[in-house]
Design a binder for this molecule. Structure first.
Ligand code: FAD
Length: 427
């Protein structure tokens, strides 16, 4: 394996973004070294939804069968109102697969991460743990990173895939993370524990409610059940530092329907995720240091596209590397500036759309009162078979800006016609 000597690319961060990108570039014959801060490679958390725009890439990488073995291909994606549990919209995921050619599936995060880790090992990626990168600078022939112990490493390209709290982003852009005042609780439990809770084992179900929502789906071949509970923290709104704590969880879901109510006591209470994103930015490429994944575009997770965008980033970059290399040239003879410009030209705009839509989606999901009823009416009126609202996300990942499909623009709330029985039921 090509691990000896100076790498062609240094990847900082061995999350799903860093590893998938390392693998994509190693497939092109490049020598890649990944530097990860943690003592071991791994992922915390539970389930991850991966849509056809991601399974298409996994298939190209030869990793889809492995993902399918470890994950679950659900039958439907169903959105329900969290208070009265009425169905709002149903996507038949079999139809979705026929439209896009690849499945919508769910997988344990650690399983997807492990798939990329194994693929990197097979491809000869140099995987190094216990390396905290504290600084970045451009050099004459590339870029240099500085480690916490004072050591330095150089390569023609440095990819910063160091996540939401990216050191590279801090150094190169200097913007702040944006708090949403929402917090996520997760749980993955044996399926036997939830069979009597009124769950739909074959579906991904999202219950949307006032200032909260709840997601459920089966994992690991159907043996486990994943739940995510998200709510607005009153302590966050009050400006308290320690917010989103377990005492707020139960109160946030009071008054929700039976299935949600039965799910809440199962949530892990020793760990929670305060939900942050960042405003979209236009520049990810700073000389030979480039931002990728959450470091470039951390979203709120309402579109379930965060890890997918990171995987797409690496795929797009690798396709431009393949395109911009002279035939018969050594694998490392890449026109990096052109490849990076092409990457930035297409990815910045796509991810900006996902980030801004995720914020809008979050607002829509969490409405209360009349607006909640208007939202429900609009959701019920959408014909999922029109695909206008999924094509721009689940279609093939664009390599060039002119391949990016038009963005779906939702109908304004005020245009909704609320059914009489619903209006009176909410009085
Ligand atoms: P990270 O996973 O954060 O990885 C960064 C890595 O860099 C880490 O390993 C870290 O240890 C390392 N690192 C950090 N700093 C340094 C340093 N200075 N030096 C060296 N190494 C460093 N996405 C989906 O696609 N589908 C979903 O269904 C979905 N659901 C989600 C649900 C929740 C509740 C949340 C919070 C997120 C969800 N996401 C989902 C988003 C997804 O988890 C992230 O977008 C994705 O994991 C980002 O990957 P990354 O590799 O860019 O960053």
């Amino acid at each position: 394996p090509p691990t000896e000597g100076r790498p062609d690319v240094l990847v900082v961060g061995g999350g799903i973004g860093g590893l998938s990108t390392a693998f994509a570039l190693a497939r092109e014959g490049l020598r890649i070294r990944v530097l990860e801060r943690a003592p071991e490679f791994g992922e915390v958390g539970a389930g991850l939804q991966i849509a056809p725009n991601c399974t298409r890439i996994l298939d190209e990488y030869g990793l889809l069968d492995e993902a399918k073995e470890l994950g679950v291909v659900p039958e439907n994606m169903v959105m329900r109102d969290a208070l009265d549990s009425r169905e709002l919209i149903r996507l038949d995921l079999g139809d979705l697969e026929r439209r896009y050619g690849f499945p919508y599936m769910v997988i344990h995060r650690s399983d997807l991460h492990a798939i990329f880790l194994r693929a990197c090992r097979r491809a000869g990626v140099d995987l190094v743990t216990d390396r905290t990168v504290v600084d970045y600078e451009n050099t004459a022939g590339g870029a240099r990173i500085t480690l916490a112990d004072g050591g330095t490493e150089e390569a023609p390209l440095v990819i910063a895939a160091d996540g939401l709290r990216s050191v590279a982003r801090q150094k190169l852009v200097g913007d702040d993370v944006v708090s949403s005042d929402y917090v996520a609780y997760r749980a993955a439990v044996p399926i036997e524990q939830v069979r009597d809770n009124g769950i739909a084992e074959k579906d991904v179900t999202v219950y949307v409610g006032p200032r909260c929502h709840f997601v459920q789906y089966a994992l690991r071949g159907g043996d486990m059940f994943n739940q995510v509970a998200v709510f607005q923290s009153p302590k966050a709104l009050a400006g308290q530092e320690d917010w989103g704590t377990p005492d707020e969880l139960d109160a946030a879901f009071e008054g929700t329907c039976e299935t949600v109510g039965k799910g809440i006591p199962l949530m892990w209470r020793d760990r929670w995720w305060q939900m942050m994103d960042r405003d979209p930015i236009d520049t990810w490429v700073h000389g030979r240091v480039v931002l990728l994944g959450d470091a470039a575009h951390p979203p709120l997770q309402y579109m379930a596209q965060g890890a997918i965008m990171a995987i797409e980033d690496g795929w797009v970059l690798s396709r431009h590397v393949a395109r911009l290399r002279a035939e018969d040239a050594a694998p490392s003879a890449v026109d990096w500036d052109a490849a990076l410009a092409a990457y930035e030209a297409v990815r910045v705009e796509h991810c900006r759309r996902i980030l801004t839509t995720a914020r809008a989606w979050g607002e829509l999901w969490h409405l209360d009162g009349t607006e909640r009823l208007q939202r429900n009416a609009i959701m019920r009126s959408i014909d999922p078979a029109e695909y206008a609202f999924t094509d721009w996300v689940y279609g093939p990942t664009a390599l060039f800006p002119d391949e990016e499909p038009p963005m779906f623009r939702p109908v304004p709330l005020a245009s909704a016609r609320i059914e009489e029985d619903e209006a009176s039921a909410s009085d």
